[in-house]
Design a protein around this ligand. Structure first.
Ligand code: KG4
Ligand code: ZN
Length: 339
């Protein structure tokens, strides 16, 4: 059988990325131009700047992805592109580029859901992982507990009611002066603190036991910091970071393990930027081992935004016969399982 080569493009937030993926799970190249340094100046992603930078970078990123893979454009089977969810102006750069290449070359186009990409990142290094399984997707924009019933078949069983887990990391990091992006900084800094030092709340959502809520936790951290400052007490930022991180992890682990047990799954995966958190991985490794559940996670480079994961998702969409027309548009609030 002939190889299926997917050229994937991702530009939903602040990374301009392109990748070539062979036969679904073999990543031939994974090029990422990060804008983090630029957005750090403003303490977060500035959408207008993100779009402009994507325009500047996208051609060279695609060029490098093909070159590194040793593949010519005419050898590509299909072009996969993230069309939502994400920042509309940022998404539009990737979508327009993919449409233009597809139109000029006649190579078929497949629009990919960003969250589906995050989930599919698990297939890259775990060659024997197949659905069905439960996946926790925790990133800067999303916190979803998903039942992965089959390739392309998802059921969301829990979601955040307010802030995403990564967003909480970013906001708390800013409050204790660590800067943007907060996740990796809190991850490292927590090693110097005591996770049991301060008890922050673990919120439960009444209507759905699998839903998350992180805004109360974020407020509790801010109140704690203000309280200490007003009383003139010195704050151990490392203890705050470690205790906050523990509170997030406890909730993510409890909800996930509950879903795995109740829905009787024996495989569990994590995805999204927060999935690269070292303490989170350790906590899941331990609990899954105790419960006899197989635990999967991507390497850090495939947890945060990248195009390889879009190539994997795009491959499974493509072989199922899904194609997008030249009317493909950016959909900032695209729902999982919707096409
Ligand atoms: O998946 P991603 O790159 O972008 C979105 O689709 O949102 O996730 C970025 C998020 C940021 O909020 C960042 O702070 C968080 O993932 N993150 C982490 C870690 N690395 C990145 N959070 C906790 N620990 C980490 N090591
Ligand atoms: Zn993402």
């Amino acid at each position: 059988m002939e190889d299926i080569l997917i050229l994937a493009i991702e530009s939903s937030c602040d990374e301009t990325a392109a990748s070539v993926v062979k036969n679904g799970r073999e990543v031939l190249s994974n090029v990422i131009a990060s804008q983090i340094d630029l957005h750090t100046l403003y303490g977060g992603v500035v959408p207008e700047i993100a779009s402009r930078k994507h325009i500047e970078k996208i051609n060279q990123v695609i060029e490098s992805a093909l070159q590194e893979a040793g593949v010519l454009l005419k050898e590509i089977t299909a072009i996969a592109v993230t069309y939502g969810p994400g920042l509309v102006g940022a998404l539009l750069v990737g979508v327009s580029e993919a449409k233009a290449i597809s139109f000029a070359s006649g190579i078929p186009l497949v629009g990919v859901h960003h969250i589906e990409g995050h989930i599919c990142a698990n297939y890259i290094e775990n060659k024997d992982l197949e659905p069905p399984f439960i996946c926790l997707v925790a990133s800067g924009g999303h916190s979803h507990l998903v039942e992965v019933k089959d390739y392309g078949k998802y059921r969301i069983i829990g979601r955040t009611r307010d802030d995403a887990a990564g967003e909480a990391f970013d906001k708390v990091a800013r409050a204790i002066g660590l800067g943007y992006p907060g996740g990796p900084k809190i991850d490292r800094f927590s090693g110097e603190g005591n996770p049991e030092a301060i008890h922050f709340p673990r919120a439960k959502v009444e209507e759905n036991e699998y839903d998350f809520s992180f805004s109360g936790l974020k407020s509790a951290v801010l109140n704690y910091l203000n309280g200490c400052r007003m009383k003139g007490e010195t704050v151990s930022e490392a203890d705050v970071a470690a205790s906050f991180q523990k509170a997030v992890i406890d909730v993510l682990v409890e909800h996930s393990m509950q879903a795995i047990k109740q829905l009787e799954y024996n495989k569990f995966a994590i995805a999204g930027g927060v999935a690269s958190n070292s303490s989170l991985r350790k906590a899941f490794e331990k609990r899954c081992k105790e419960e006899g559940v197989r635990f999967f996670h991507p390497s850090s480079v495939f947890c945060t935004d990248n195009a390889a994961m879009i190539g994997v998702a795009g491959y499974y969409d493509f072989v199922r016969g899904e194609r997008s027309g030249y009317d493909l548009n950016a959909v900032p609030n695209l729902k999982l399982g919707e096409r």
